[in-house]
Design a binder for this molecule. Structure first.
Ligand SMILES: *Cc1c(COP(=O)(O)O)cnc(C)c1O
Length: 392
């Protein structure tokens, strides 16, 4: 089945749609049974889409899980109330005191904080590695290394990783390969074709796509699915059927949204590349982006999120650049239909295994579904304000 068709049909099993187009919103804590046999049957089939108790998920959760497994691949998908909960619980399901994990230096900041502030206290140590390490990951693997965690492209700085090479080496040492696949969104990167064991998404971003729900997913191969599923259940992870309904609705337009985000972002990035104020474009589809060759080899496309580095300005002078924008709002998120922007003056403070060389601020944009020319006009005025501030 082709991708577009899968996006339309994923999770729409008759069992859950019952004669209409979309699965219903089934709200429940208690699931009731009329006989001992019926109850025993439900318990025996609890891993087979039969409702037992609300925390194990209702039909809305089964439909969404099924849809995500269909998009990402793998054997099953565990659901969490946020992307961060998906990351922390997926890691927690596979480590014990004394273990070691390898974490990419460009991981989402809360992922790093979890390693430093929670795993460290539990006796699980973390070594950060250069996202472009490739086959040299082998030199960092220890006797007790359990997980190699990737995020590609990296948060903020967008380095694309050589996922198959890192996965191959990690597997030779019996490590589990986990990937934060939020940017790939289950569409532009197919994690299980490149050796990933567990693919995690902040569904909050492109899956939901409308900036109104927090949600996380972790999809696993046959080998790791039972342990991931059972641990998530033991940790009490569950999600609201109303949120899942919105996420299911988001999936139906995911393909067309991403295509338009990609087209708009390419137009804006191409315009930015010619601006005298721009040092470099950190967009995976641009040669200037570290790891661009892996993007070309492994990805099916891009989306609306990328960064660029300025060749002038500082923490103070980017204020007028950002403050006067009308289509871009500032926000710590992305993946919705609207444009967002973030100015980061001290990228280096977010890294420990690599050194950030750029002298001037980095700007991260999420290019939304507005007309790209309106966005360019907005940015053009912002550059004029920046130049004015720098000249003073
Ligand atoms: C936003 C984000 C997360 C966390 O998702 P939440 O739903 O906000 O907890 C994780 N990874 C990446 C790459 C993100 O952008």
């Amino acid at each position: 089945m082709k991708q577009e068709t899968k996006i339309v049909t994923a999770g729409r099993n008759d069992k859950w749609t019952k004669g209409v187009v979309n699965p219903s919103v089934t709200r429940a804590s208690t699931v009731v049974f009329n006989s001992v046999d019926e109850m025993n049957h439900a318990v025996a089939n609890r891993f087979n889409d039969t409702m037992v108790y609300g925390r194990r998920g209702t039909t809305t959760a089964f439909a969404f899980s099924d849809a995500m497994t269909s998009l990402e691949g793998g054997a099953g998908c565990a659901l969490y109330p946020s992307g961060t909960a998906a990351i922390t619980n997926a890691i927690l399901a596979f480590v014990k005191s004394g273990d070691h994990i390898l974490m990419v230096d460009t991981a989402y900041e809360p992922t790093r904080d979890y390693c430093d502030k929670i795993l460290a206290n539990m006796g699980v140590t973390t070594t950060y590695y250069d996202p472009l390490i490739g086959a040299d990951i082998e030199s960092l693997i220890q006797e007790n290394t359990r997980i190699v965690f990737l995020e590609s492209p990296g948060s903020i700085t967008m380095e694309v990783q050589d996922v198959p090479t890192i996965s191959h080496i990690a597997h030779q040492h019996n490590c589990i390969v986990m990937l934060d696949n939020t940017w790939g969104a289950g569409i532009n990167f197919k994690p299980f074709d490149y050796g990933v064991d567990i693919s995690i998404q902040a569904a909050t971003k492109y899956i939901v796509g409308h900036s109104d729900v927090m949600l996380g997913t972790a999809t696993a191969t046959e080998k790791y699915w039972p342990q991931l599923r059972d641990n998530s259940y033991l940790m009490g992870q569950c999600t609201s059927p109303d949120d899942l309904y919105l996420a299911l609705r988001g999936i139906r337009t995911l393909g067309v949204r991403l295509k338009q985000h990609q087209e708009n972002a390419m137009k804006v990035a191409t315009w930015l590349a010619d601006r005298p104020e721009v040092e470099t474009i950190l967009h995976p589809a641009f040669e200037s982006c570290p790891g661009h060759e892996f993007f070309k080899r492994d990805f099916n496309g891009s989306n609306g999120l990328f960064s660029f580095v300025l060749n002038r300005g500082d923490k103070q002078t980017i204020k007028p650049f950002l403050d006067g924008l009308s289509h871009f709002k500032m926000g710590y998120s992305w993946g919705g239909f609207e444009s967002l922007i973030l100015g980061i003056a001290n990228v280096g403070s977010l890294r420990s295994a690599t050194t950030w060389q750029a002298e001037h601020p980095l700007i991260r944009v999420h290019i939304g579904l507005e007309n790209a020319d309106d966005l360019i006009e907005d940015l053009e005025k912002a550059f004029a304000r920046l130049n004015n501030a720098v000249a003073q």
